[in-house]
Ligand binder design. Structure first.
Ligand SMILES: [Zn+2]
Length: 267
């Protein structure tokens, strides 16, 4: 009896081993057929990157005066310059990406942002005024960008910044991530000088504030503003946090049907 049980187990193990070998063989065949097309195989490698370590938050009691810098409309070649400045200052920020801008050549930039402790959130797919879209179109805009970001970073966006800060009830119903606005300095306008960008942002800085900037293609004046901005805010005792971390630091649960420009513990 015992012998027959052993024999049965041995047979099962053999079957399992055969299945594993067969599985490997099938995979190898797939891989070698993909090698026929070099572009296809490199695309496959890009879509399955190593999972990235995500930002770790401290205990809420350990945060002092906090501020969340955010950048809209990337990723672009300017994003790398913004990341250089953040890295120099040991600062973090949150990037709200336009889905259509997340091309294969920008994947490394997005991954670098996460590696530096930044977080990546949703700014629609096409940057349309979404109040003019149907509920289905609104959902498609959000899903496209969230899926793309999740694929690259391994983390699903939790926050959404509406293009042109244009919102309606239909959007609040259709969109799951929390709506974020923030304090801006019109830095999407190339006529706004570096000095004005710095002064206006500093004037609006306060504990719990979300600062709205742009890393759109060629927005060098904001990159130039960052040196003084980061130095001044550091000197004023601010700690840079991501938007998700700001809610965590203030002990606030993000609410539906609300758009946040700041987060304070009293909310
Ligand atoms: Zn935008």
């Amino acid at each position: 009896m015992k012998k027959s049980v052993k024999a049965a187990i041995a047979a099962l193990l053999l079957l399992a081993a055969t299945a594993v070998i067969a599985g490997c063989a099938a995979k190898d065949t797939e891989t070698s057929s993909e090698k026929d097309d070099n572009n296809e195989s490199s695309k496959a490698a890009v879509s399955e990157p190593e999972p990235l370590p995500q930002r770790e938050y401290k205990d809420p009691s350990e945060y002092g005066k906090v501020i969340a810098l955010t950048f809209d409309d990337g990723p672009s070649t300017t994003t790398s310059l913004v990341l250089d400045k953040l890295e120099e200052h040991g600062a973090v920020a949150t990037f709200f990406l336009i889905g259509d801008n997340i091309t294969d050549d920008k994947t490394d930039t997005v991954r670098r942002a996460v590696t530096l402790g930044c977080e990546i959130e949703n700014h629609s797919k096409t940057h349309s005024d979404m109040t003019k879209l149907s509920e289905e179109e609104i959902k498609a805009e959000i899903d496209f960008t969230s899926e793309k970001i999740t694929e690259i970073t391994g983390r699903e966006p939790r926050f959404f910044r509406p293009p042109y800060i244009s919102t309606n009830d239909k959007m609040y119903t259709a969109i799951e991530p929390t709506f974020i606005c923030g304090y801006g300095c019109n830095d999407y306008d190339s006529k706004v000088e570096v000095e004005t960008r710095v002064e206006k942002t500093l004037a609006q800085a306060k504990d719990g504030a979300i600062i709205l900037l742009h890393d759109s293609e060629g927005n060098i004046k904001t990159v130039q503003a960052l040196d003084r901005l980061l130095t001044e805010l550091e000197a004023q005792g601010y700690e840079f946090v991501t938007v998700g971390e700001l809610f965590h630091a203030k002990g606030v649960e993000p609410q539906d049907y609300t758009m946040y420009s700041e987060v304070s513990a009293q909310q």
